[in-house]
Design a protein around this ligand. Sequence first.
Ligand code: IPE
Ligand code: IPE
Ligand code: MG
Length: 242
Amino acid sequence: MQKVIDGETLEIPQHIAIIMDGNGRWAKKKHMPRGYGHKAGAKVIEQICDDADKLGIKYLTVYAFSTENWKRSVEEVTGIMNLLRFYLKDSVERASKNNMRIRVIGDKNALDKDIQDLINDAEEKTKHFDGFNFTIALNYGGRDEIKRAVQKISSKVKNNELDPEMIDEQTISNELDTAELPDPDLLIRTSGELRLSNYLIWQLAYTEFYFTDVLWPDFDMNELKNAIKYYNGRDRRYGGVK
Ligand code: IPE
Ligand code: IPE
Ligand code: MG
């Protein structure tokens, strides 16, 4: 889909994935505790959802908590989980207003039971909305996701439901948490780090990468537009010749 942004006709990526990084450094710069940064970051997510929807982006998938983030202090992890509870509680109402479908990817089993219930509720109550697809990666790790997919495929083989010869790339994609989502067209990582940190490692095979030094709580519509402008300057060849 094309759209005129600031006088320029631009191709709008269908699916944008974001590694929202830099909350801690943002708080530190303000001489505040890390939790202050996470709170500010959570507000930005809501705004960026609206902005992405306005720009015509169909899918937005954000990295909220990785399988490695449990290494942080109990205080920080508890703070992030409480923000999540807060977000999920009023997400259904927001989603209804914006025709937004909410999904959560990652291993939900390790989360507190009340958070699992809030997730199930949000997913169930928004599943018929088809305007905008918002996906939160929570206790998500790309390697963990592939491990779980391999386990599901192996048990199908064991039960004679699947012939190993018939396993192709689509079989694997279908068993990932992202089975219902197209692969991202554009990945954005804030805060200047140039790594994937275990995010969507299968799905990002042919995605364009945009890195910015802006810390996540400072990310806004203007930054999102900059990322889309950058995307428009890329030549996606998928291994072919153009
Ligand atoms: C990203 O910000 C949010 C999460 C990982 C939950 P960080 O908390 O990683 O912030 P920095 O990287 O320490 O600045
Ligand atoms: C990646 O950020 C995870 C999220 C944004 C949720 P991290 O801050 O955890 O990544 P590293 O530790 O810098 O690689
Ligand atoms: Mg970080």
